[in-house]
Design a protein around this ligand. Structure first.
Ligand code: S3P
Length: 441
């Protein structure tokens, strides 16, 4: 099957209202928490992408039943000790770091050995950031030099831990929080700021949790072994998926887009804060709080006068998945943009810092790099002609989507490989840009 796309024309101006599929982080957390609840949970508007489907398949392998009924997934949890495992269960997390790392937290009390595997990209990523703290709880874990496959057998004698998370990784923080849920006593976590969906879910489910918020760190205390009931949840739209449409609109003359019902949790909207500092025009309308999460409509208008930014690194974690698309904006902005401390970008589905820099140079943008800090010399007149190709990016969905947005806004004739990468996070991406008028073959 053809697995590449061709884009030969910029998108024409558009004025539309769209819906974006459910948030990936929240979809995965809702399934994993439903698997621990006592009784039935119903999850609406779940993101039906490979990462989330792999989450559902994983809980089924661990003995949890679920069914899709019309618009929702019905998940039958059996409480905190409800995983019933046969011998030698292998869980395949596919491409998903979030699934792989969070489920390890839930396996700290597993009675049988579970082997965790993943695709080529996931198999290159570090797992010691979660296996190290999980070992302190008492779980028995081995890995292949800090990488997958990871084997875990839980312990009957878990003990609460004190843990400091210094990377600003929500996956790491959440794995420890889920292990804390299974462990008697009070686990204390000091975590560098990162997305807080797990904390919000815990509060919502009345799991005993205290969060003391400081400038750069949160202090979290969880009292474990609290059995909570099944719940109903409607997953809001994904800001990370929206970011491609935000940038498409900003860079397309005379265009306007309303994106409905998006999760605008403060720990996720770094992209909006950064873009508005660059002179973009993005407004949040119809704000409401749903089960602790802020939800809004995004109103985006094209912007002619984008300016460079000296991006404060405290915004990095709240825009962690959006830097590739931000680099593209910086390329079209007037002046120099600087981004600092981007080391974590090279730990993602692909080495995104390296790939982003190569991409910018390929389209004729000057970039200077010093360690994990970069300077991008923007060119508002950038208008591409000629042929461009994108391949060998470890099938990273976000590299694929950023390349499509570049092709639709900067010009040139593009051949972009690995279309099926979008299935991990945003299967309807191509269909949706076509509804705005994009010509993608
Ligand atoms: C995620 C956290 C982030 C992000 C990932 C999803 C989550 O990773 O990049 O796409 O759902 O917790 P890190 O926590 O490793 O930074």
């Amino acid at each position: 099957m053809k697995n590449k796309v061709y884009i030969n024309n910029k998108i024409k101006s558009f004025n539309k209202k769209i819906y974006i599929s459910g948030d990936k982080s929240i979809s995965i957390r809702s399934v994993l928490l439903a698997s621990q609840a006592v009784g039935v949970s119903r999850i609406y508007n779940i993101l039906e992408s490979e990462d989330v489907i792999n989450t559902l398949k994983s809980i089924r392998k661990l003995g949890i039943n679920y069914r899709k009924i019309n618009y929702y997934y019905k998940i039958q949890g059996n409480g905190l000790n409800g995983f019933t495992t046969k011998k030698k269960v292998v869980i395949n997390a596919g491409n998903s770091g979030t699934l792989a790392r969070l489920i390890l937290g839930l396996l700290v009390n597993s009675k049988k050995e579970i082997t965790l595997i993943g695709d080529k990209s996931l198999s290159k990523r570090d797992f010691s950031r979660v296996t190290d703290p999980l070992k302190i709880f008492g779980a028995n874990i081995s890995s292949n030099k800090k990488r997958l496959p990871v084997k875990i057998i839980g312990s009957e004698f878990l003990r609460p831990i004190k843990f400091t998370e210094i990377l600003g990784s929500a996956q790491c923080k959440s794995a420890v929080m889920l292990a804390a849920l299974k462990t008697p006593g009070i686990t204390k976590i000091k975590a560098k700021k990162s997305r807080n969906h797990t904390e919000i879910f815990f509060k919502n489910l009345k799991i005993p949790i205290k969060v003391l918020s400081k400038k750069n760190y949160d202090h979290i205390e969880i009292t474990g072994e609290y059995n909570f009931k099944g719940f109903d949840y409607k997953v809001p739209g994904d800001i990370s998926s929206s970011s491609f449409f935000i940038v498409l609109t900003l860079l397309s003359p005379k265009s306007q887009l309303t994106i409905k019902n998006i999760n605008t949790n403060n720990s996720r909207i770094g992209i909006i804060k950064i873009l508005n500092k660059m002179n973009a025009n993005i407004k949040l309308k119809n704000k409401k709080i749903y089960k602790g999460e802020q939800i809004s409509d995004l109103i985006v208008k094209s912007t002619k006068k984008l300016i460079g930014i000296s991006c404060p690194s405290h915004l990095n974690s709240s825009a962690i998945d959006e830097f590739l698309i931000l680099f593209l904006i910086a390329a079209k902005a007037k002046g120099v943009s600087t981004f600092k401390d981007l080391g974590e970008l090279n730990k993602k589905e692909s080495p995104r810092l390296d790939i982003g820099i190569n991409f910018l140079r390929k389209i004729g943008i000057k970039v200077k790099r010093f360690k994990n800090n970069i300077k991008i010399y923007g060119n508002p007149e950038l208008n591409l002609k000629g042929n461009y190709g994108m391949k060998n990016f470890r099938k990273d969905h976000r590299v694929f989507m950023m390349s499509c947005i570049a092709a639709l806004t900067l010009g040139g004739s593009w051949k972009i490989h690995d279309k099926d990468s979008i299935n991990t996070s945003f299967p309807s991406f191509i269909k949706l840009i076509k509804t705005l008028g994009a010509e993608v073959f």
